[in-house]
Design a protein around this ligand. Structure first.
Ligand SMILES: [Zn+2]
Length: 416
């Protein structure tokens, strides 16, 4: 007998939800700017609460502002099977990154509500606070607190680039809840997401069975030289911080290429001071992002970068200070949950392949405390963190159907 064979995702309703929530923070180019803990974020949270309450859910939020929409199970003594992702976006974000995972969860709730089919476990959909890490770095802080990676006090004290504290921003939108973050049982966790890469589309696959997440590390670098007059300071007497920064950008790229094809290195943020056309730059702040599926290779990349950075600046007038601000080890998902995703894809005869996630996700932290797996669907051109991010209604529906069936299969397996 197929599990929940007569319960199916309403693809049209899911697509309508994607378009409706895209209004909160809509950009002229068709994307979304919905930075975490802003008015736009509050608006979409309110929408999530209202929509899931109408589907028979009890809706709550914890001390980090993580929202939980809970559909009761036949056995309320069982911990919930959870589905989650995030509704915040990058400054020039799209309509799918994170959003599909939450709205796919809403689609699962709707399918269960409309069919009257009740799993034994309660089913909860989670909207995690600040997955993106764009306004408040690092990323995934709230699933991180939930899983015990970060302390709540540390995260509350993080400031954005204008000096606003995370805790104050959370209070300002009214989403600091009474339930202590992490005091929330889970039986399993599933996350549906666009691939954010080109592989599924290139291979004509509808479903990515995600087996884990590559390791990634973030660094911050302060480069200190000396501001001086561009017209009167001879070249040998300069302490040009931006010139050193440029060499470090090249070094990051070289190190990634030395570990091809899996090694990745990016400098995505740089602040040049005083940033004036006739002043030799005296200081630069920049970030570095290194990724690889193996932690041992990441160790080697980090060591190479540090050594060559110091060699590059040794004896010179420019000083560099490197800080590792984030370390997310490679993650391996739960075999039984991966299997539930694989079976679900097979049951619909969707073309599928196994894949390692290149991006970080809340699932990476959830995997540390509960059996976890992810489902990917293709996105056009592999484009993400971009206003033109796009996915087809058919693929989105397929992903949500796999999510639904993987959850029902897990409910059956765990209750057996
Ligand atoms: Zn995401």
């Amino acid at each position: 007998m197929s599990i929940g064979g007569n319960v199916a995702i309403d693809g049209a309703a899911l697509w309508a939800d994607i378009l409706e929530t895209a209004r909160f923070g809509a950009t002229p180019k068709g994307g979304i700017k919905r930075l975490t803990l802003t008015e736009e974020d509050r608006a979409v949270r309110d929408w999530f609460a209202t929509t899931t309450a109408a589907l028979g859910c009890t809706v709550s939020f914890d001390s980090m502002g993580n929202q939980f929409a809970r559909l009761p199970g036949l056995d309320e003594s069982l911990p919930p099977i959870t589905i989650g992702s995030h509704l915040d976006t990058q400054p020039t974000g799209g309509k799918f990154d994170g959003i599909l995972g939450v709205l796919g969860g809403v689609a699962v709730l709707r399918a269960l509500h409309d069919s009257g089919h009740r799993p034994r476990h309660p089913i909860e959909v989670i909207n995690w606070t600040n997955e993106e890490g764009s306004r408040f770095a690092p990323a995934m802080v709230s699933s991180g607190v939930f899983a015990g990676i970060f302390t709540e006090a540390d995260v509350m004290a993080i400031t954005d680039r204008t000096g606003v504290r995370f805790g104050d921003a959370l209070d300002a939108i009214g989403y600091r809840g009474a339930e202590p973050c992490g005091q929330h049982p889970t039986a399993a966790y599933f996350e549906l997401h666009i691939e954010q890469g080109p592989i599924l589309e290139a291979e004509d696959k509808t479903i990515g069975i995600v087996t884990g997440v590559q390791g990634m590390r973030w660094y911050e670098i302060d480069i200190t030289g000396r501001d001086s007059h561009a017209g009167t300071t001879p070249m040998p007497m300069r302490a040009d911080a931006l010139l050193t920064a440029a060499r470090l950008v090249t070094l990051v790229n070289d190190i990634a290429l030395e570990h091809a094809p899996d090694g990745l290195g990016t400098v995505g943020l740089m602040e040049n001071s005083p940033n004036s056309r006739n002043v030799v730059p005296g200081s630069v702040f920049m970030t570095v992002d290194f990724r690889h599926p193996q932690d041992s290779v990441l160790d080697a990349m980090e060591t190479a970068f540090r050594d060559r950075m110091l060699a590059l600046t040794a004896g010179g007038p420019v000083r560099v200070e490197l800080r590792r601000t984030w370390d997310s080890p490679a993650v391996h998902f739960d075999p039984a949950c991966i299997d539930a995703v694989r079976q679900a894809a097979t049951s619909f005869a969707y073309p599928a392949r196994e894949i390692v996630s290149g991006a970080g996700h809340d699932a990476a932290y959830m995997a540390r405390i509960t059996p976890t797996a992810m489902i990917f669907v293709p996105c056009a051109g592999g484009l993400s963190h971009n206003e033109e991010e796009s996915a087809t209604p058919d693929d989105v529906t397929a992903g949500a159907n796999v999510l639904l069936r993987a959850v029902l299969e897990t409910d059956r397996r765990l209750a057996a």
